[in-house]
Ligand binder design. Sequence first.
Ligand SMILES: [Zn+2]
Length: 490
Amino acid sequence: MPRLSRPATAVAPALTALALTCALPAVAAAQLIRPAPGAPTTLTPQQQAARAIYKEMVEINTVDSVGSVTRAAEAVAARFRSAGFPEGDIHLLGPADAPAKKNLIVRYRGKGKGKPILLLAHLDVVAALRSDWPRDPFAMVEQDGYFLGRGVADDKSMAAIFTANLLRYKAEGWVPERDLILALTADEEGGNRNGVAWLLANHRALLDAEYAINEGGGGTLMDDQPAFHSIQAAEKVPVNYTLTVLNTGGHSSVPRKDNAIYQLAQAIGKLERFTFPVALNEITTPFFRETAKVEMPSLAAAMRALVANPADSAAAATISTDPRYASMLRTTCVATRLAAGHADNALPQTATANVNCRIVPTSTAAEVQATLERIFGDPGVKVTVRDRGERYGAKPSAVQPELLAATTALTKQLFNGVPVIPTMSTGATDGRFLRAEGIPTYGVSGIFSAPGETNAHGRDEKLRIKSFYDGLDFLYQLVKRVAGPGTPIG
Ligand SMILES: [Zn+2]
């Protein structure tokens, strides 16, 4: 197994920096994309069908408050109707006061031997301004071995793949041992009508499943070759805290020692110098154990040492030299916004800051609040939780054995047998709502990309054409394996 010559999380820094600055004219930036090899020259009928669904989804603008998730959900529902799925198994549901935010639930009936498996993908995408892009972000194009367009990576690839595969199972007459539920939802990216949360609150039974397969996982390419395959089985919980300092203020020509801005600045200084303790869990321990097998020697040694002894601070320090690994080790809190003062010539009466924390699933928002208050050591700095995220602080779920076995077997078959690594994502998905409701959720896709290459949420979002079709094949087989052998084809 090839050892990496540089940290797995490293991308070609030069490329990223230039693209991020976006100082270059669009055309020059586009030329920076290194062609991706391996795109199939001729497509199978199944690949053609999946590509058509993908293109239709990408070309429907589903951005919160400007586009319509409902339009995309209805387009997909029409495909299931014309494929002969019973009307009673196709549900378009959403808040009455948000007509553009309908979610689609489709049930594919099995033999009822065991609880269903839920296939989850969100249809909404983050904003994409035409003026920012070298082309229309809502026109899917193929260029240099990539699909380009808003949502091609996050998350319309999995939405299209699940849809195409369900239609294929039906066309092939395959009847699984247990039901499959497809949920294509709204407002994962923001907006105030999160589809999964709304469905759990209003139509819980429609989503009830033994476990869910969702975004958040996938494969990593190094030098165009598979390096490892991640299964996301846990995620950190995003919670925002507001720090508030109040002061009587006064005229700025007579400054005093006490000052709301200085007081807040001192607290923020303490936050900057504070590092939360290492908190490994049943997902991050195997993550580091397995990642050590593919990481460069110095990092690999530190990872093995930390797994052996989580109190090994020297090992933790070495691993933390890489911000992505550092954020896997512990809770993180970072100041993201500041606001203070009401006039140039007045001493500030109020100073506030937003602190965005990513809390490890073994901790809670209340524990982190107490830690912040302790490190500030100043009752004048009021710490409040801005969004009561408690409801979704669920414990990580160990990877379901049959899912892990099937993923490992297919990774051997399709991706050179690279390590399958359980992982905890530092970003959030809708899996947090499902886990909190007792539905274990795993990010698995079989979709490989080089680190940072997709530029999800950014300009020129892209996905390798080869990776889309590999993912189509991987998920087709994976779902068949975990949903039970069922009635064989033909
Ligand atoms: Zn997403």
